[in-house]
Design a protein around this ligand. Structure first.
Ligand code: SF4
Length: 187
């Protein structure tokens, strides 16, 4: 729901989504959200065809949080790939499973974003191989299912990927230092 530019696989496409953020996420009343909303309750401004009825007035109406939010493309993937374009709006029994799958897919896409950033670092060959192996886990050839997302979320892989990313902190610091030195030389 915002205009930040990510790689195509991490871009929101709200037109192909069952407005999952508008139902699954909880808001606390604050300067970002004008009301409290529990997880699982549709936003009161969600229209019958799953569009936001105050989309052009979100800032004035006190919903800056929505303007800054991105699901990183998880919403439309869950709707289209896991639920074949179906919606909780037409079948209330889909609400819980769609929210669970959305949580799992957001985790996958959050980690993909970090791994895409890590790919830009000057990785050692062994780190590059490990990066590729873990990216394959995030992009299974057979695609994601509700079951495989649940297993991923509960399993050890997210922690393994986070550990790998933490292990690259010194590489990132080295790159920053080299960039600083190069800038200093160019002056
Ligand atoms: S979950 Fe993502 S794709 Fe779906 S409506 Fe929200 S921002 Fe758009």
């Amino acid at each position: 729901m915002n205009a930040r530019s990510f790689e195509p696989e991490l871009r929101d496409d709200c037109s192909r989504c069952a407005a999952l953020c508008c139902v699954a996420l909880a808001f606390d009343k604050s300067d970002m959200f004008a009301m409290d909303k529990p997880s699982g309750a549709p936003c009161r401004f969600l229209g019958a065809s799953l569009g936001c009825t105050i989309h052009d007035r979100r800032e004035q109406r006190g919903f800056r949080g929505c303007m800054h939010y991105s699901c990183l493309g998880a919403g439309q993937r869950v709707t289209q790939e896991i639920f074949d374009g179906r919606s909780w709006k037409d079948d209330k029994s889909l609400l819980e499973p769609m929210m669970e799958a959305f949580r799992g897919m957001r985790l996958v896409h959050d980690l993909l974003l970090l791994m895409n950033e890590a790919a830009k670092l000057p990785l050692e060959p062994q780190e590059r191989r490990e990066h590729q192996r873990l990216c394959t886990e995030l992009r299974p050839a057979e695609g994601w299912t509700k079951v495989s997302l649940d297993e991923f979320e509960r399993g050890a892989r997210p922690s393994e990927i986070r550990r790998f990313l933490s292990s690259l902190k010194s590489t990132a610091a080295r790159q920053q230092e080299q960039a600083k030195q190069a800038t200093g030389r160019a002056r």
